[in-house]
Design a protein around this ligand. Structure first.
Ligand code: GDP
Length: 431
């Protein structure tokens, strides 16, 4: 009777009731959520049993349904079925894992956005436009003899350039996000003696506990520690200091014997600054900025930068307000008095969240998987745009097809079994 009633269901239904299991003295409360139609997570008919949170009870129910002919799902099988049924694309399937794996609220938000179609939507629009363009071009090829043009060369160029730019933009975002999948790197940068180490210690608080690694070698290598900023964790890096061995008129490093050490330290600092997600460029407010510092302020930074005025408990040597007007975000601080440290923390957090997470908005595993496909897609579309300008329709069509294939790999329109295996085997059973 129950089976017939269930088979007759036409709409999603909740049955509130009890379940009787061998070995239990009482019927147990159990609600059944039934999706008889394709509106379920996997687009297959589906039943969920909701039980009190008791491990022996759950184990007994699994045993009973398996005895009745069911089997336990493989890891990720549920989400893989949803993908194969077209309910989710691959970026959304990865976002499911991103939601499960998220340890920070910001990462959870990225995963939820991706699950809601944050990456699928723009990719679908892009692929639809390219498929249409390809159809128009191919129609033109079929009617080449009659000299009928379905789409002008200008329009082909314009649409291809637009598509190449859109893919390049996505690729840029993925790269950022992938790097920050490890801890986001906040690098202190500036002349020796401006107060970087003091700021490092002041920001991380308990120095002895917080220093996590000290690179081997000279004392002028770099230090790293974990910096917690509310809901996010970053790696803060203290470099030895940049520039020549003198700052203004003051000798800051030892004699000639230190030259090799200084050069090595300088190279290390430059390398660290180059890998920064956020750069904290430190300027000593108690002395005049030198030529190198002025140059740094004028030049566009390689990574998002916050200028930090240090030693603001001392009397200022320059009108820094004027010097910094309009250049960068800057914060006045003192490691001695604690002035401005909270503002600096808030500013770093804002930069990290805005630049590394929200701007990219992609789950790390998607970024790692798709970087290469997006690079290939971008190259094909750029070549197609260049060829279109010269008028080689057949070659243009071939490049668009190659671009579509590469984009298809991102969303999973084109996939291989081993790609699915790699993605879904990382899920736990039941997801
Ligand atoms: P680094 O070489 O850039 O790492 O600079 P340090 O952190 O070693 O600081 C260089 C000198 O500046 C030291 O003598 C510090 O005591 C001093 N100093 C650092 N921060 C402050 C500050 O906020 N106020 C004052 N008055 N002195 C500071």
């Amino acid at each position: 009777d129950t089976a017939a009633a269930l088979a007759a269901l036409r709409r999603a239904t909740v049955l509130v009731g009890t379940i009787r299991l061998a070995g239990f003295c009482q019927p147990l409360p159990c609600d059944a959520y039934i999706w008889p139609t394709a509106r379920s997570y996997t687009r297959e008919s589906l039943a969920e049993l909701h039980l009190p949170g008791s491990p022996p009870l759950a184990a007994a129910v699994v045993e009973a349904v398996c005895a009745a002919g069911a089997r336990v799902a493989r890891p990720g099988e549920f989400t893989m079925r949803a993908f194969l049924a077209g309910r989710l694309d691959l970026t959304q399937a990865e976002a499911v894992l991103g939601v499960i794996d998220a340890t920070e609220r910001s990462a959870l938000n990225v995963a939820l956005t991706q699950l809601a179609g944050g990456l699928s939507g723009p990719l679908r629009a892009l692929r639809d436009d390219l498929v249409e363009l390809l159809a128009l071009l191919e129609a033109g090829l079929d009617f080449a003899e009659e000299d009928i043009e379905f789409v002008s060369r200008d329009e082909v160029c314009r649409r291809l350039e637009h598509a190449a730019r859109a893919v390049a933009e996505l690729q840029r975002g993925l790269r950022q996000r992938w790097r920050s999948d490890a801890l986001v790197r906040v690098v202190l940068h500036g002349r020796p003696n401006v107060g970087k180490s003091s700021l490092f210690n002041a920001l991380i608080g308990d120095v002895d506990v917080a220093i996590t690694s000290e690179e081997a070698g000279t004392t002028r290598d770099y230090l790293t520690a974990t910096l917690r900023l509310d809901d996010i964790a970053c790696q803060i890096v203290d470099t030895a200091g940049r520039g020549e061995t003198t700052v203004g008129e003051t000798e800051v490093a030892g004699g000639a014997g230190d030259d090799a050490i200084n050069r090595a330290a300088d190279a290390k600092s430059a390398a660290q600054a180059g890998t920064a997600d956020v750069e904290l460029f430190c300027l000593d407010a108690s002395r005049h900025p030198d030529a190198w510092e002025r140059e740094q302020l004028r030049a566009a930074p390689a990574s998002p930068r916050v200028v930090v005025l240090t030693k603001c408990d001392l009397s200022p040597a320059s009108d820094y307000t004027e010097l910094l007007a309009g250049t960068d975000t800057w914060v006045a601080t003192s490691s001695t008095s604690g002035l401005g440290l909270d503002r600096l923390r808030a500013e770093v957090r804002r930069r990290v969240v805005v630049d590394a997470t929200e701007a990219a908005g992609v789950v790390g595993s998607t970024a790692a998987r798709c970087g290469e496909s997006l690079r290939l897609a971008c190259e094909s579309l750029e070549r197609a745009a260049a060829l279109a300008a010269e008028g080689g329709e057949e070659l243009v069509a071939a490049e668009i097809r190659a671009g579509l294939d590469a984009l298809g790999e991102v969303v999973g329109a084109v996939y291989t079994d081993d790609v699915l295996e790699r993605i879904f085997s990382r899920f736990c059973i039941g997801k």
